[in-house]
Design a protein around this ligand. Structure first.
Ligand code: NAP
Length: 296
């Protein structure tokens, strides 16, 4: 039986540490880190994410600024809002909740955010820094959360084979870039697989550490892993509840009951990677505050 990697507990410890650091910074500077979250439109899932981010900020003593714009807002108004937030000294981090309505150019908005406030780490300047291993940039929240969990579960990663399933810009690609850096807390041999692979199990069976971000339930089953693997399941899929079809259930991308029997450690869904994402957003906002006040 695998050790269950308790992301909820680890995230809560990190949030407590951030809370004490925020209190110390308030003493020193008379100011606290501030995160601005921008929501365009009324997508219910996005509204929940935004609310949770605001609440998480308040719990650790950060200032939170929420801007909700109607779905039909012209692009130029969103650009003006981003410019205004870029200029404000009480805003350390800016997050524009994606997806944006169809008439808006997402990449133009991401490019407009000051890279020093880009706590989502989607700006090309930060993406480039991830690739070259420049720690002055930000790391995207979800893969950063996965990395923290991996570092705790596997203290010595040097030469271990880490296989990532999925190549999205927000999870798979940055995860791979972070773990192949020649650094003490990375230094893995990295393979990335995706739907063009004729048989991903050829790769996943070789993994010492397997990060799965495919967005499909049961992408990884028992026969697709080797004994002793450490599994990080990023997937968040809502499916009909097996016992009550009128309800839904949140599941990952990994067939948990099969893989748990073979793995040495595994994240559950819910309670694994999910809670780490918001903890890393807070951590990035704290880092932004320090960069703005202390230049480091
Ligand atoms: P995405 O943009 O849809 O990308 C999925 C990737 O997985 C693609 O590269 C796709 O390959 C690959 N893929 C899909 N099915 C596959 C299969 N059967 N075999 C091999 N590769 C496969 O998704 P994402 O944004 O990276 O998110 C992935 C999952 O993580 C989703 O369930 C999402 O909800 C979840 N997520 C969770 C958090 C969190 O906080 N816990 C945060 C972000 C995302 P192609 O490129 O070839 O199409």
């Amino acid at each position: 039986m695998a050790m269950i990697i308790d992301g909820k507990q680890i995230a809560s410890e990190i949030r407590e540490e951030i809370k004490s650091e925020a209190a110390a910074l308030k003493e020193r500077y008379g100011a606290v880190p501030g995160l601005a979250v921008v929501l365009v439109g009324d997508d219910p899932a996005s509204a929940v994410y935004v609310r949770n981010k605001g609440r998480a900020c308040e719990e650790v003593g950060f200032a939170s600024f929420q801007h909700t714009l109607p779905a039909g807002t012209p692009m130029r108004e969103l650009v003006s809002l981003v410019d205004e937030l870029n200029a404000r000294s009480d805003v350390d981090g800016i997050l524009v909740q994606l997806p944006l309505p169809g008439h808006m150019d997402e990449s133009a908005i991401i490019d407009r955010i000051d890279p020093g406030k880009d706590v989502d780490a989607f700006h090309p300047a930060n993406v480039g820094k991830i690739l070259i291993g420049d720690e002055k940039g930000f790391l995207p929240c979800t893969p950063q959360g996965c990395k923290v969990l991996i570092n705790r579960a596997v203290p010595d990663l040097k030469g271990r084979h880490l296989v990532v399933v999925g190549r999205s810009n927000i999870v798979g690609k940055p995860m791979a870039a972070m773990m192949l850096q020649k650094k003490k807390d990375a230094d893995c041999v990295v393979t990335v697989c995706h739907t063009a692979a004729p048989d991903i199990s050829y790769y996943t069976r070789q993994a010492d550490i397997l990060v799965v971000a495919a967005g499909r339930p049961n992408t990884i089953t028992g026969p697709m892993v080797k004994e002793g693997v450490v599994v990080i399941d990023v997937g968040m899929n809502r499916i009909a509840h097996p016992d009550d079809p009128s309800k839904t259930k949140l599941v990952g991308d990994v067939k948990f009951d099969e893989v748990e029997k073979l793995a040495s450690a595994i994240t559950p869904v819910p309670g694994g990677v999910g809670p780490m994402t918001i903890a890393m957003l807070l951590s990035n906002t704290l880092k932004a505050f320090r960069m703005h006040r202390e230049g480091s």
